[in-house]
Write a protein that binds this ligand. Sequence first.
Ligand SMILES: Cc1cc2nc3c(=O)[nH]c(=O)nc-3n(C[C@H](O)[C@H](O)[C@H](O)COP(=O)(O)O)c2cc1C
Length: 531
Amino acid sequence: MSRPSRDRHNGPAKITFSVTIHYRAQSLWCAIVIYTRMNEFRNVLQVTVSHMKGRLMHPRIVQGGMGIGVSGWHLARKVSLAGELGTVSGAGIWLVMARRLQDGDQGGHYRRALAEFPDQAMAQSILKRYFLPDGRQGKKYREVPIMRLRLKNGSQQGPLSEHLENLMVTAGFAEVWLAKEGQPGVVAINLLEKIQLSLLPILYGAMIASVDYVLIGAGLPAQIPEALDLLAQHRPARYLITVEGSQSHDQFAATFDPKRFLVAAPLHRPFFFPIISISLVATILDRRKGGRIDGWIIEGPTAGGHNAPPRSKKLGPDGEPEYGPKDEADLAQISALGLPFYLAGSYGGPEQLAKALELGAVGIQVGSIFALSRDAGILPEIRNAVLDQWRGGGVTVRTNPRSSPSGYPFKEVDLAGTVTDDNVVRQLICDIGALRTPYRQDNGLLGYRCPAEPLDDFLTKGGKIEKTGGARCVCNGLFATTGCGQVRPDGSCEPALVTLGTDVRFLHDLDRDYGAEDALDYLRTPVSHPS
Ligand SMILES: Cc1cc2nc3c(=O)[nH]c(=O)nc-3n(C[C@H](O)[C@H](O)[C@H](O)COP(=O)(O)O)c2cc1C
């Protein structure tokens, strides 16, 4: 504090006056500073408390995982920063990173994340192989090897190639690391159980980046809890895979040994929420031994993406599966298992959130409302085409029981210029292969086939012709939707395939160009009566 100087000409009265003014100004300044600091402190405290609550009490809103690349790290980060659960999609994530790096890694994000990966030699070798500082210049993407297990000497168990493992571990790490970078919010990773060969390496990478939650559906994720426990201790894990035509003594398995990745720090074991559709699945998962399940996401048949197959094999007049009361989850039975649960599928509104809470859920998982926000990965031109269609009378979303090679019904948006448009002809080619089905060959070895691959190949591998009618290459279609579709020799790009839930009523209440925060504000609007 500076002292008042004595002024020869003005005498003691003036000195007292100026000292008083000086001290008053200083006190006022101090008061302003203290007030501002207190406000800042209060804000920090509020954010920290809300994030701690998120850790202790699960968040109310889960932004569902949306492949491929629709719920990227950017969207998940926005949701997480706002105090809810942001989910990065782990489906095909290794190829998303490899392709984004070839597109010049706009913003330098993947390079920033890879610079934090514990094994720098590995991170550098990924960059050396895929990063193109000036992008691809319209050329095709470099091929990434298709997933297949390395089974030596007739063994039925083995890992993926080292290169694929490295790519999957680093990509799982990078996506979660970017979503969590410098902020205390919680982040989940979503995987499709059906893509079994990729599960362990991606989970391990995500865990190195301290992922908080793991959400897995499209299959029975019974082996995941134990795998998470093992990976958290850097111990080898194996994943028994489903193999068509396998015999009772067969035990085909994908193995993964974290030792090679030189990560020494103890890893946090994330919460695990399987995505289920009916109570029977919850009961089966609950009775299984080994590892902890922390809660459920109960997803109904109107949700975007893949849906659980209906109990009835009958198709409706429009060729869509018919879901009935037997396909509805018995919430009382699930509650009796004593774990928290979220409801998903047409819950994208404040009334629906209130209804879910009234039904005993801790909250909702929503997808479509975020998929159509500007923070998701869908190309802006595709998003705009969907919004135009909605304005022009409505968006048609069909549940196609045959299109996905996974065997699950898949929601498809009818959209001109995409694979649902009969005028769009696509050359049959299988070069991603994420949804290929492993099968037992006559010689006992493992083979892989996909009903959407060239017909001759599929039949030669023993595939049944009746599986091929209507099968689409979901892999290539979904990559094209987020702007990383492959370029074909004639210079054309793979056509997109767009998925959404059947309920997009939220569009009535949101501006055309809305972001993730707007969607959250809307979902959190107080309501008096649940719908
Ligand atoms: C574009 C899109 C892609 C999706 N992809 C996946 C996925 O890869 N894995 C998954 O478990 N669920 C996926 N879903 C489902 C969502 O995670 C969420 O459960 C669902 O969208 C909720 O229903 P709603 O669309 O009515 O909000 C997807 C949904 C959409 C809209």
